[in-house]
Design a binder for this molecule. Structure first.
Ligand code: PHE
Length: 341
């Protein structure tokens, strides 16, 4: 009878030990069971009340119970210690560290920086202009009057009134000439990288937002040959020493004569491939001698000064440099694409 009672008490206490939520609860279970004040004493007292022949066995059973409970208590406490530490500040010094991911420049930015470096090495200064422009700087001052068909080629985003998003970086030519302190011996050598906007439907080679690098060089005797030389040097520096430059007549209202510049296809080396549509050449920019009227309007006398301007599409060049099929990928910010550069 007493043995069964003891067993029931032990089972009950084991359950309490297993369920104890924290150390304090566990200690309470201990003091109520096997401590000097716990129920175990009632059973010790009972030993004397038992018939002599049963005392030994029951005494052993009580001692066993005490040991069992002490073991269960120690085990549970040990687990609690670990839990408590890992909850707060357990520091595993054997873990390998987190590998940091490094950021990098966007492929267009990389190409743009390279373009700027090359022109800076040739003595050009990098200047900036606003992306929100007025029609005067974007069109009128560049000989593109309001009824000029060239305005249709540059489908424009209007903001309000005559305020627009610039359709090319050429207005920076005008702003550079405006800023210039006019005097004897004018010499301008600037490039201007930046973003431009046109209402184009996105496809493999068009995006409504794209980048250009504008160039302008004006001085006393700057000729078409200087332009050819500068652009050829650029092309070889950028794409490689075997690249040739081809200039063909083209029309832009703010240059005369105007030209379209192409380079040996950097993908196939000129033998013909899908990128160059089997021609061996890829067009990379418009260029030409600054129109005398443009100069005169800005107070630079065209009978004394002349020079050249060019404007290249950066995404087009970057597409060739990195062999990127679709220019829309430059704007999607897909990390799987960007991490390749
Ligand atoms: N601004 C012209 C364009 O966007 C390019 C160009 C620049 C042509 C300078 C000639 C001179 O198409």
């Amino acid at each position: 009878m007493a043995t069964e009672e003891l067993q029931a008490k032990v089972n009950e206490t084991l359950a309490s030990i297993a369920n104890a939520k924290d150390e304090k609860a566990l200690r309470t279970v201990l003091s109520q069971s096997i401590s000097a004040k716990g129920w175990i004493n009632d059973f010790l007292k009972k030993i004397r009340e038992l018939p002599k022949e049963e005392r030994k066995d029951f005494g052993q059973a009580v001692n066993e119970a005490k040991k069992t409970l002490q073991r269960a208590y120690d085990e549970r406490l040990g687990k609690m210690d670990k839990l408590a530490v890992s909850d707060k500040e357990y520091l595993d010094l054997t873990l390998s560290g987190a590998v940091p991911t490094f950021g990098r420049f966007h492929p267009t930015t990389q190409a743009l920086r390279r373009i700027c470096e090359i022109f800076v090495a040739m003595g050009f200064e990098v200047v900036d202009g606003p992306e929100i422009e007025d029609e005067y700087h974007n069109f009128d001052a560049l000989n593109i009057s309001s009824d000029h068909p060239a305005r249709d080629d540059m489908d424009t985003f209007f903001i309000h009134g005559d305020i627009i998003l610039r359709t090319h970086t050429s207005p920076v030519q005008i702003r550079t000439m405006e800023r210039l302190e006019k005097g004897e011996n004018i010499l301008i050598r600037v490039i201007s990288p930046g973003v431009t906007y046109r209402r184009d439907r996105p496809d493999r080679t068009h995006t409504p937002v794209f980048s250009q690098v504008e160039g302008l060089m004006i001085g006393r005797s700057i000729t078409f040959s200087h332009m050819a030389g500068v652009l050829q040097s650029f092309a070889r520096e950028f794409f490689g020493p075997d690249i040739n430059l081809r200039l063909r007549p083209d029309f832009f209202p703010f240059v005369e004569p105007g030209a379209e510049a192409a380079v040996t296809c950097p993908i196939c080396g000129g033998s013909g491939c899908p990128t160059c549509k089997k021609t061996g050449w890829v067009e990379i920019m418009g260029c030409g001698m600054v129109h005398p009227e443009v100069l005169d309007k800005q107070g630079i006398p065209s009978d004394k000064y002349q020079g050249f301007a060019f404007g290249m599409g950066v995404e087009r060049i970057t597409q060739m440099l990195f062999q990127v099929e679709d220019s829309r990928w430059f704007f999607e910010n897909d990390y799987r694409f960007l991490r390749q550069f």
